[in-house]
Design a protein around this ligand. Structure first.
Ligand SMILES: [Zn+2]
Length: 84
């Protein structure tokens, strides 16, 4: 492949400008996603893992969620009236 391209007089240059893409992830989004697990699951994470770790599938950012943050989530979840 390389030889073939060379013969054609083509060269592939590495991208000069690093490709910057904006990933909309944030700690708040991770926490909002964790909310979807519901209080029971979150409580499980607190008890088993003493926290949680979430990795953004888009940019690979790793978010460490502290035990205290999970407990705050559980508290706010349980403060909400249950739907139906
Ligand atoms: Zn991301």
């Amino acid at each position: 492949m390389q030889d073939l391209l060379g013969d054609l007089g083509l060269e592939i240059f590495p991208q000069v400008q690093p490709l910057r893409f904006y990933c909309p992830c944030s700690r708040d989004r991770v926490l909002a996603a964790l909310n979807l697990f519901g209080g029971e699951e979150l409580r499980d994470m607190v008890e088993k893992d003493n926290g949680a770790e979430a990795t953004c599938e888009l940019c690979g950012e790793v978010y460490q969620i502290e035990r205290q943050e999970l407990e705050d989530l559980i508290e706010s979840l349980e403060a909400q009236p249950q739907a139906s």
